[in-house]
Write a protein that binds this ligand. Structure first.
Ligand code: NGO
Length: 526
């Protein structure tokens, strides 16, 4: 070859080499061992000899009507993946051989509210649980062991020649570390529709999360109908960050969300943030302002500038009405009063306000939750503090008997960016990559807050930069699965390198579910 040709060849190779993007980490599609398919990781898991084979006539049986929802869920999931018709469901005390049976056991002590045993044998599959939530979590574990392709909504019956679907025999015994495994959606900064919230509920259920905290009111929008103060939604709900149209839930729509979540063993936790973060309310009712003048609606993202007028009686009448109306449509035992970032009151004014509101919440039979700023108030037994500010501790509240939900922002805030190039998200608490969100122990996070003081963990998703459920999914996945595992699995069993691999195998399931997840480069997606 002539020298000039060599030259051209070298230049061409250099161009190709420079233009090539680094190959994503993709592991070839070898069969995934059962233990690698599960997030969160169960307490105990042992493989046994033999295989269970799914057939078109497999029956899903529940021994108690309380377990029928879980049986139906499983039958619908397996649905047409194994035959032309959906699987049959039966509530019966004596299920036939070969069935998938969800069986109630009297062994409450070992399994508790949420524990289960999953036995896969060649002769049949059994999920044992003492309570309906445990049965549901057993079903979610079985679901994660089944082919991800079964999640596709357009799945069609298999070809006649397709090999039968089997599952290796195994036994799993499982129960959660914490009773509170939460996620929060901020529907104030940007509104999400009922269907979008239900979609989040579905994705939470897959990873055994059980509390959905809805941040229903903030400066930028009031999102739940209060019939005695209608302007809150007609005016206060009419915009959002950036000036979009906002929106709100009627109480009937909110009840629909509550029911949908409850079916999936998720308790809705309503939050009305006060006395700060209240511009939407202040703009809707001039009498809530100390000067009697309603400010304009707000569509920016500053915090700390608004407060209810704590010296006016009408303020407490307003709060009583709001807490009463929302409590009536909220079967769960919690009411979150916010309490964060108040810059316009003295400490004394703030404390007195929180203590008075605590009485109002108790009168409605609810447990008060507040962000960690409420810790110095005189908290009553049963109060719950949500810890969010890094480098502070709510130990003072723990001393008064309060329980803590750990949501420390530099670990659990999934509205933070994954890295400097993440197109949406905030950075004030730092960059929260997947390892940062996973590799920590809630019991070591705040001095004076030991394991026994913890109710659990929660991943808040603030919505300053989130305009749609697609954005929600992008910031939540995969980090929400990391928080779910922290909430469920024992600390001594958790290990980042092992988690990375198990998280990687969630990718194909999320693809099948249409989840817009972030393909974090440190995860071996498959
Ligand atoms: C803070 C603030 C919110 C912001 C969020 C953004 C709390 C409890 N108050 O968290 O208003 O939206 O940060 O990350």
């Amino acid at each position: 070859m002539a020298r000039s040709s060599y030259f051209v060849l070298i230049i061409a190779l250099a161009i190709v080499a420079c233009g090539r993007r680094p190959a994503p980490t993709v592991t070839p599609a070898a069969p995934i061992a059962p233990a690698q398919r599960l997030v969160p990781m169960p307490v105990e898991m042992a493989l046994r000899d033999g295989l269970y084979t799914f057939t078109p006539t497999t029956l899903v049986a529940a021994t108690s009507p309380d377990f029928a929802f879980s049986a139906r869920f499983l039958a619908d999931h397996i649905g047409q993946a194994v035959g032309p018709d959906p699987l049959k469901v039966e509530v019966t005390a004596t299920p036939p051989g070969g069935a998938i049976t969800i069986r109630q056991t009297a062994d409450d002590a070992a399994l508790g509210e949420e524990g289960y045993v999953l036995e896969v044998r060649p002769e049949g599959i059994t999920i044992l649980a003492a309570r309906p939530a445990g049965a549901f979590y057993g079903v979610q574990t079985l679901r994660q062991l089944l082919p991800p392709a079964w999640e596709y909504e357009a799945l069609r019956p298999p070809r006649k020649s397709a090999p039968p679907v089997t599952l290796p025999a195994m036994e799993i015994t499982d129960r959660p570390r914490f009773e509170w495994r939460g996620a929060m959606l901020d529907v104030s900064r940007h509104f999400l529709s009922v269907d979008e919230v239900k979609r989040y509920v579905d994705l939470m259920a897959l990873h055994k999360l059980n509390r959905l905290h809805l941040h229903l009111a903030d400066d930028q929008g009031w999102r739940i109908e209060i019939t005695s103060w209608p302007n809150l939604t007609t005016h206060g709900g009419s915009t959002e960050v950036g000036g979009g149209p906002g929106g709100f839930y009627t109480q009937a729509e909110y009840s629909d969300i509550v029911r949908y979540a409850a079916d999936r063993f998720i308790t809705i936790v309503p939050e009305i943030d006060m006395p700060g973060h209240t511009n939407a309310a202040l703009s809707s009712y001039p009498e809530l302002n100390c000067d009697g003048v309603a400010p304009p609606l707000y569509t920016g993202t500053e915090v700390g500038f608004s407060t209810l007028c704590v010296d006016k009686e009408i303020t407490y009448k307003f709060i009583e009405d709001v807490v009463r109306e929302i409590s009536k449509v909220t079967p769960g035992p919690y009411f979150h009063v916010g309490g964060d970032e108040v810059e316009k009151l003295t400490d004394e004014q703030y404390r007195r306000f929180i203590e008075r509101v605590q009485g109002i919440v108790q009168l409605q039979g609810k447990r008060m939750i507040g962000w960690d700023e409420i810790a110095p108030a005189n908290l009553q037994p049963g109060a719950i503090v949500q810890h969010w500010r890094p480098k502070t501790t709510p130990a003072e509240a723990v001393g008064k008997g309060a329980k803590v939900i750990m949501s420390v922002a530099n670990r659990a805030y999934i509205d933070m960016k994954y890295d400097a190039n993440t197109p949406i998200g905030l950075t004030w608490a730092g960059i929260v990559d997947v390892k940062t969100s996973y590799d920590w122990n809630p019991a070591d996070e705040a001095p004076g807050v030991p394991e026994a003081a913890l109710l659990g963990v929660e991943a808040p998703l603030w919505a300053e930069t989130i305009a749609s459920i697609r954005d929600v999914e992008f910031l939540a996945f995969p980090r929400l699965a990391a928080i779910a595992e922290i909430g469920w699995s024992r600390q001594r069993d958790r290990d980042w390198d092992d988690f990375r691999v198990r998280l990687g195998s969630q990718g194909s399931r999320w693809v099948a579910l249409g989840v817009n997840f972030y393909r974090a480069p440190e995860i071996p997606w498959r």
